[in-house]
Design a protein around this ligand. Structure first.
Ligand code: HAM
Length: 435
């Protein structure tokens, strides 16, 4: 007989199971609440787009587009009027899609700045390691409009910090930089290229290749043997035009105004081509090499580049949810939540009826309740309740029914009380609030 094939998740993808998924929900819910408080609305985007959209925006020579995208040819369904085959890609990021949607829906006619957030999976064929996956998740936000005030950049960062504080992610560091604009950056890139050409022999193969394709990316190198050479390269701050210099100084002042600590990092150039001026990243503890939990910046020319109206500015970020969860876990801040509020153990058919009625009432009041489908001995029921990580157990047997009182046991402390039905809900809710 042929052996049955067993399937496993594809390399770089994984299943997120309970109870960890409860932590994911808590983190995503916090983002929704914090972002709504800053006036952002959710945008739900497709998971695949035309490959060209990413080539145009993220950049054809970036690692993301040139090596890491999952692309496929989408043949038209025969006998339909669909256009010819197109090359599509699973989205490696969502800023491009947000700009595409902004243009497609004429959002420049909406009042004020358009503030959008998204939550969902992204796909990059990277080498999987701790904190790096091929299907990973981002929580991102973008602001699009005609204004490019540095106060907006700072407010975006303020919102991020408020989110990290809300979920209890401590020990984060904010790194900031300005990478100039189309006026001043070309001169810097040329100066960098010339300086790199002189030290080419001291660089590895990747950096050597990047001298021609994208010299800024050399600054990203983490190779220990390249660090001394990179430290002596020209710095963008010395090449910024007056307008960019003023913008960067005002951004820093706006951060200070908000009491946000930061570190300037002249090597923070980011791996996507669309950035102008402000770039930033946030690192968190407990993550090893992949310690960036968030990256973002300004992309003032992108909407126009994608065929939209001129003069639309943009700024945003994306948080790597996988890494945020990992950091919470590694720093002991992912408190294990009780999987269950109440386990109702019953004995006898009269008790089952009461248990079912009780459970319905408690669930209606928002508690999570488990009622075993078959009668079990109380000792075994308590054992199961423990293993299910229940907070409380309600015991209903003939004795309880006769007395008109239920036995309620708190599993962590072993504390036991007898209660009439009218007092039960308040007692269980109080126990839940105490944690
Ligand atoms: P990014 O820096 O490419 O920026 O990604 C943002 C964050 O996503 C990273 O800091 C990291 O936490 C997470 N991330 C990236 N790749 C992986 C991976 N393979 N596995 C796990 N986590 C990962 C962007 O995507 C831009 N769209 C951000 C942005 C929005 N800029 C302006 N607006």
């Amino acid at each position: 007989m042929a052996q049955r094939k067993q399937f496993r998740a594809i390399k770089g993808t994984r299943d997120i199971l309970p109870p960890e998924s409860a932590l994911w929900n808590r983190v995503e819910q916090a983002a929704r609440e914090v972002f709504a408080a800053y006036g952002y609305g959710e945008i739900r985007l497709p998971v695949f787009e035309q490959t060209e959209l990413f080539a145009h925006s993220v950049g054809a020579t970036t690692d993301i587009v040139s090596k890491e995208m999952y692309s496929f040819l989408d043949s038209p369904v025969s006998s339909t009027s669909e256009p010819a085959a197109a090359t599509l890609s699973l989205r490696p990021e969502a800023t491009a899609s947000v700009c595409r949607a902004y243009i497609e829906h004429g959002m420049h006619t909406w009042p004020g700045n358009v503030k959008l957030y998204y939550i969902g999976p992204m796909f990059r064929r990277e080498r999987p390691q701790k904190g790096r996956y091929r299907q990973f998740y981002q929580i991102g936000a973008e602001v699009l409009g005609t204004a490019d005030d540095p106060a907006m950049d700072a407010e975006v960062v303020e919102m991020l910090m408020a989110f990290f504080e809300r979920i209890g992610l401590a020990g984060c560091t904010l790194h900031i930089n300005s990478i100039g604009c189309s006026n001043c950056r070309p001169a810097y890139v040329e100066a960098l290229r010339a300086a790199l050409a002189k030290v080419k022999d001291k660089l590895g193969a990747d950096s050597q290749r990047r001298i021609a394709t994208n010299p800024l990316r050399v600054l990203d190198s983490k190779l220990p043997e390249e660090q001394a050479v990179i430290g002596k390269l020209p710095r963008i701050a010395d090449y910024l035009c007056a307008a960019c210099r003023k913008h960067f100084a005002a951004f820093q002042k706006q951060l200070e105004l908000r009491g946000i600590a930061y570190e300037e990092n002249w090597r923070l150039v980011r791996g996507l081509d669309y950035y102008t001026r402000t770039t930033f990243e946030i690192t968190a503890p407990g993550l090893g090499a992949q310690d960036a939990v968030c990256g973002g910046g300004r992309y003032d020319g992108l909407v126009e580049l994608l065929g939209g109206p001129p003069n639309i500015k943009g700024i945003g970020f994306a948080i790597g949810t996988d890494r945020v969860i990992l950091s919470l876990q590694e720093t002991g801040r992912a408190e294990t939540e009780f999987a269950l509020d109440v386990f109702i153990a019953w004995a006898g058919s009269a008790a089952q009826q009461v248990a079912i009625r009780l459970a319905r009432g408690l669930r209606g009041a928002g508690l999570s309740v488990e009622v075993p489908p078959a009668e079990t001995k109380f000792r075994r029921a308590l054992d199961l309740a423990n293993r299910l990580n229940a907070r409380q157990v309600v015991l209903i047997g003939p004795e309880e029914l006769a007395a008109g009182q239920f036995t309620v046991k708190q599993l962590a402390s072993g504390e036991q009380v007898k209660l009439v039905e009218a007092d039960l809900l308040a007692h269980l809710q109080k126990a839940r609030r105490r944690g």
